[in-house]
Ligand binder design. Structure first.
Ligand code: CIZ
Ligand code: SF4
Length: 284
């Protein structure tokens, strides 16, 4: 049983493994288990199926989607590629397998800059998150042409909300996810993926943190740092899709061995190439 860092507390508590989407997929590849029940959203279970073709990947709630992943389709990407011939396409892991299959290389929120720099290209197209693209643009000489998708949960967080939270907790460091808007990024003490926030808060001498990402991560931050204090930046940082999965759904999936997430072999083969290219990029 694997649970993403944004899942409900009781799901994270019950899971054998927790983590970000790529970390979970890598752990899935290493385990002896033949069946993985993946508590997260659809694209994450697909990533596990891409990396572990011989395992059965169950997604307890088939209706757990990701509106950001839905901002791009293979057809729309093909059309954009035709307008920008020769440009390498960097695609965030938060996309369907079919979109990964149409891309050149994947990235996560933890390695976007290293991935862009590894291409040694003058211009790249980055899909689908415009905020991650804008964040990566700060650290590279390559021109990043963004796709105009975003995660509504992160994008709706305003600078005013962050300033208000900071005023209430002046001693706390602000950790923001790169899916946040540029003006929120500007107010952060550190910008990290969920796994990056877990590592940062462990190593930092600071005792209090304001967390600007989906509030499910607070469970994991508190569990791993029992003496430190973590506060949500805003109550609105809740992803309804991430909260769909309940323990009953997990039990039901394990009883029926359904629903299974499958990626067609031709799509899987191409999507795996884009994931493997990312895994071969050395960290900056
Ligand atoms: O890739 C993931 O797991 C997501 C969606 C966020 C993160 O920063 O870990
Ligand atoms: Fe998608 Fe945002 Fe929810 Fe993550 S938090 S699953 S990016 S909508």
């Amino acid at each position: 049983m694997m649970a993403h860092n944004y899942q409900r507390d009781e799901i994270q508590e019950t899971a054998d493994m927790t983590g970000d989407s790529l970390g979970l997929s890598m752990q899935a590849a290493e385990t002896d288990a033949e069946v993985i029940v993946f508590c997260g959203v659809h694209f994450m279970a697909e990533t596990a199926a891409i990396i572990c073709p011989n395992k059965t990947v169950l997604l307890p709630r088939m209706d757990a989607g990701c509106p950001m992943a839905d901002t791009i389709t293979p057809k729309a990407l093909k059309a954009r590629k035709a307008e920008l011939p020769g440009l390498p396409v960097v695609t965030y892991v938060n996309t369907t397998a079919a979109v990964k299959a149409e891309s050149d290389i994947c990235c996560t929120s933890a390695n976007a800059v290293s991935v862009v720099n590894s291409l040694k290209a003058k211009r790249v197209l980055m899909t689908p998150d415009r905020n991650l693209a804008a964040y990566a643009q700060r650290f590279t000489r390559a021109e990043i042409i963004p796709w105009h998708g975003c995660c509504n949960i992160h994008d709706r967080l305003t600078a005013e909300q962050v300033l208000k939270a900071k005023a209430n907790r002046p001693q706390a460091l602000v950790l923001a996810h790169p899916e946040c808007r540029p003006e929120v990024i500007d107010l952060a003490d550190a910008v990290r993926s969920t796994s990056g926030m877990l590592a940062y808060s462990k190593e930092s001498p600071a005792q209090e943190f304001l967390i600007a990402t989906e509030n499910g991560l607070l469970f994991q931050l508190r569990r791993q740092n029992p003496t430190k204090k973590f506060y949500q930046v805003a109550r609105t940082m809740l992803c309804p899709n991430m909260k769909l999965t309940r323990l009953e759904d997990v039990v039901q999936a394990l009883k029926t061995m359904e629903p299974v997430v499958k990626v067609p072999p031709a799509v899987r083969k191409k999507a795996l190439v884009t994931v493997e290219r990312m895994l071969a990029v050395p960290r900056d």
